[in-house]
Design a binder for this molecule. Structure first.
Ligand code: PRX
Length: 631
C-alpha cells in the first residue's frame, strides 16, 4: 500500500528521506502498484531540454491500479457516489466491481468505434459518472483523454480539438447546472461547423428528454454503442512514460497550451498525495467539489481517490441550487469525511450567511481542503468556524495543472496550520525562492519567485505539439529549475504562503486565464482597435477582469459593453466575461510600444497613490485620463 504519514516525526523523516534519496523514496512508493514489468530506471532528467522520465521501461495500466487491483479486497465498496444536480433525483452509486464493468464496456465500445492507443479523445461533458467512466475507458485502451470544461465556448472547444488533433468528441445532449439546461450537443455542432476536421465520431450521452440535431455521418449515442459490450476488456500495456492525458491551461502568451501528463509518475504521485494530504482512511467518504474539466477533478476526483481505493463523491450541480445550503446538505446526507473546495465557493457561500451551514449536521467532517487560489484570512476563518466548527484542520493546497498533484500543503492533524499559508512541501518536493535576478533566497522571512529544483513524478513532461514552449515557459526563466509563475512568501518558521501569479495570468474564481487570450477575444469585436486586460481584487472571485478598450469612436457605451461581453462569451465562455470595461482614449506605453500593465493594474485596483515612475512613458498624459474614466 502507498505509504501514509502518521505523525509529525514521520513527516519530518519522510521529507528528509525523500530529499536525501529521492530515487529510493519514489521507487519504494512505486513498488506498491501493479506493474507488468519493472522499470529500467527510476528517474532520468535534465531541466534544460527539458527531458524527464520516471519509471522508464515499466509497463502498467493505470486503470488496473484504479479498479482491478481493488476488486478482491473492496469490490463491493462504493467507488463513485454521484449526487445529481436536482436533489429530488436519485443518487447513483458504483461499486469498484460495477465501475470496472462499465469502464470495460465503454473501452470496448471505443475500440469498436476505431479508437486505438495514442488517439486523442476530447470530453465535453457534465459532471456525471459517464465522464469518469469515459476517461478511465480511454486510459484502459491507451487513448489520450483531453477533458474540456463544459463552460467553454464552441470556439474554445474547437481550438482545443484542433490542437490535439482529436479523433472523437464525447459529449452529452444537455447539461443540468442549477436551474439551467445547457445545450451541449448544439455547442459541439457549432464547434464542428467551425473546424474540428480531425473528428471522426461524436458520441452523445443521453442526459435529457429534449431533442437535438443529429448528423448520421458522425453522431452515435453512447448507450447504443456501450450497452451490449462485454464487461471484459484487457488493459493495454502502457510504458510509464506514455501519455495519459492532455489538459489545456492558460499561460501569459498565446492560446492555451496542452499540458501533457504520463502514466507511471502521475499514478504514483496522485495516489501518494491523495492518501497523505487528505489522510484518507478505511471507509471514509471523500468529496472534492471541482469539475473534472480542471486538473483538480482529474487528480482528486478520479485518479487519486480511485488509486487509493476511496469512495469519491461526484456532484453534478452548483453550490447555490436549489439554495445556498446545498453543499452542506450533501455533506450531511452522505456523511462526508473529507471536503475539498475552492476559496471562491467559500466566499460566495459566506456571503449568503452562516445560517445555511447551521441547518445541517456537519459532524462527519474530519478535515477541510482549499485549492485553486490564495484563500484570504476571512474566508479561512469562516470555513474553520462555520464548517469545521473549529475541529477540522484546513489544508490550503497549492499546486498547478502542470504539477499534476498537490505540492505544498499542511497534513491534517499532523503539521500545523496557519491561515492563508499553504505551509509545507509534500515529501519529494524541493522548493526554492529566488529573487528577480535568479539569486536563491535561503533565509526565512522573505518573498520571492517560487521555483522547484528537483523533478517529482507527476510533473508535466511537455506541452502538446510544442516542446519549445514548455521549455520557454517553465524552464528558461532561471536555469536548472522549474519556475511556477507564482510569487510566495516564506515566514520566519519556514511556512510558504503563495501570493499569486507574477506573470500575465489571472485567477478569476479559481479559473486560470491569460490576459493575451482575453485581449485576443476582445479584439474580435468589430469596434475594438486595441485592448489591455488586468486583474483587480474582487470580493467573491478573488480577481475580477478589468478591460481597457480603445474603440473606433462610433459606439454607444451600453450597447458596446453588452456586445463586447457577448463576443468574449462566444470566443472563450462565460467565465471570461469582463467584470469592468473602460472605454479609453489611449493606453500607457513605453517608448518601445509595450503596454505598461503595472499602471493599468494600479488604476483598476484603486491604488493610484502608488503609481510609481510614469515619466518613462511615451504618453504620460493618458494616465490622468484613465484615472478619471475609471469604472
Ligand atoms: O497561482 C496559483 C494558483 O493557481 C495556479 C494554478 O492554476 P491551475 O493550473 O488552474 O490549477 C489550479 C488547481 C490546482 C497557481 O499557479 N493556486 C492554486 N492553488 C493555490 C493557488 N494560489 C494560492 N494558494 C493556493 N492554494
Amino acid at each position: 500500500m502507498t505509504y501514509q504519514i502518521s505523525s509529525l516525526k514521520d513527516y519530518n523523516e519522510t521529507l528528509a528521506e525523500s530529499i536525501q534519496n529521492p530515487i529510493r523514496f519514489w521507487e519504494s512508493q512505486a513498488e506498491s502498484f501493479t506493474w507488468h514489468s519493472k522499470w529500467d530506471t527510476v528517474l532520468e532528467w535534465e531541466f534544460d531540454t527539458p527531458s524527464i522520465s520516471w519509471f522508464k521501461g515499466g509497463k502498467l495500466n493505470i486503470t488496473e491500479n484504479c479498479l482491478d487491483r481493488h476488486i478482491e479486497k473492496r469490490g463491493d465498496k462504493v467507488a463513485i457516489l454521484w449526487e445529481p444536480n436536482d436533489p429530488s433525483e436519485e443518487v447513483v452509486k458504483y461499486t469498484y466491481k460495477q465501475l470496472l464493468d462499465e469502464v470495460c464496456k465503454t473501452a470496448n465500445a471505443l475500440k469498436e468505434q476505431g479508437i486505438v492507443k495514442g488517439d486523442r479523445v476530447v470530453f465535453y461533458m457534465p459532471m456525471v459518472p459517464a465522464l469518469a467512466i469515459g476517461v478511465l475507458a480511454c486510459a484502459r485502451i491507451g487513448a489520450i483523454h483531453s477533458v474540456v470544461f463544459a463552460g467553454f465556448s464552441a470556439q474554445a472547444l474547437a481550438d482545443r480539438v484542433d490542437d490535439a488533433q482529436a479523433k472523437m468528441i464525447i459529449c452529452s445532449d444537455y447539461n443540468n447546472r442549477g436551474n439551467k439546461k445547457i445545450p451541449v450537443k448544439a455547442i459541439v455542432d457549432e464547434a464542428m461547423d467551425k473546424s474540428c476536421n480531425s473528428i471522426e465520431k461524436v458520441v452523445v450521452l443521453k442526459n435529457s428528454d429534449e431533442d437535438i440535431n443529429w448528423s448520421d455521418d458522425t453522431d452515435v449515442w453512447w448507450h447504443a454503442i456501450v450497452e451490449e459490450q462485454s464487461t471484459e476488456c484487457a488493459a493495454e500495456l502502457m510504458d510509464a512514460e506514455d501519455v495519459l492525458f492532455i489538459l489545456y491551461t492558460s499561460g501569459s502568451t498565446g492560446k492555451p497550451k496542452g499540458v501533457v501528463h504520463t502514466c507511471g509518475g502521475y499514478m504514483v504521485y496522485t495516489c501518494f498525495s491523495f492518501k497523505n494530504a487528505f489522510q484518507y482512511k478505511g471507509d471514509d467518504v471523500y468529496w472534492c467539489t471541482a469539475d473534472i474539466g480542471w486538473i483538480t477533478g482529474h487528480s482528486y476526483i478520479v485518479y487519486g481517490p480511485l488509486l487509493a481505493g476511496a469512495t469519491t463523491v461526484m456532484f453534478e450541480g452548483v453550490p447555490t441550487f436549489p439554495d445556498a445550503g446545498r453543499f452542506w446538505e450533501i455533506c450531511e446526507k452522505h456523511r462526508v469525511n473529507q471536503f475539498y473546495t475552492a476559496p471562491t465557493a467559500i466566499r460566495a457561500l459566506m456571503a449568503k450567511g452562516e445560517e445555511w451551514p447551521a441547518k445541517y449536521d456537519l459532524s462527519s467532517l474530519k478535515m477541510l481542503g482549499s485549492v485553486g487560489e490564495p484563500i484570504n484570512a476571512e474566508a479561512w476563518h469562516w470555513y474553520d468556524k462555520h464548517i469545521g466548527k473549529g475541529n477540522c484542520p484546513i489544508i490550503d493546497t497549492w499546486w498547478q495543472t502542470e504539477t499534476g498533484g498537490i505540492m505544498i500543503t499542511p497534513l491534517p492533524g499532523i503539521t500545523d496550520t496557519k491561515p492563508t499559508y499553504a505551509s509545507y512541501p509534500m515529501p519529494g518536493v524541493q522548493l526554492e525562492l529566488r529573487d528577480a535576478e535568479g539569486n536563491v533566497l535561503e533565509q526565512n522571512g522573505v518573498e520571492g519567485l517560487l521555483c522547484i529544483k528537483f523533478p517529482w513524478p507527476s510533473m508535466l513532461r511537455t506541452t502538446w505539439g510544442d516542446h519549445a514552449r514548455c521549455k520557454k515557459t517553465y524552464f528558461s526563466t532561471f536555469e536548472g529549475v522549474y519556475f511556477t509563475g507564482d510569487g510566495a512568501r516564506r515566514d520566519e518558521e519556514g511556512r510558504i504562503r503563495v501570493i499569486g501569479r507574477v506573470d500575465d495570468v489571472l485567477n478569476v474564481s479559481g479559473h486560470r486565464m491569460g490576459t493575451a487570450e482575453l485581449e485576443n477575444a476582445i479584439n474580435e469585436h468589430p469596434n475594438v482597435i486595441e485592448s489591455a486586460v488586468v486583474g483587480y481584487p474582487h470580493d467573491i472571485k478573488g480577481q475580477g477582469i478589468y478591460a481597457y478598450v480603445i474603440t473606433d469612436g462610433t459606439v454607444d457605451r451600453d450597447e458596446f459593453v453588452k456586445s463586447l461581453r457577448t463576443v468574449v462569451v462566444r470566443e472563450i465562455g462565460p467565465i471570461a466575461k469582463p467584470d469592468k470595461i473602460q472605454i479609453a482614449g489611449g493606453l500607457p506605453k513605453t517608448r518601445s510600444g509595450k503596454i505598461m500593465r503595472r499602471i493599468l493594474r494600479k488604476i483598476a485596483s484603486d491604488e493610484t497613490d502608488s503609481l510609481g515612475d510614469i515619466s518613462t512613458l511615451l504618453n504620460p498624459d493618458v494616465v490622468d485620463a484613465l484615472i478619471a474614466g475609471k469604472v
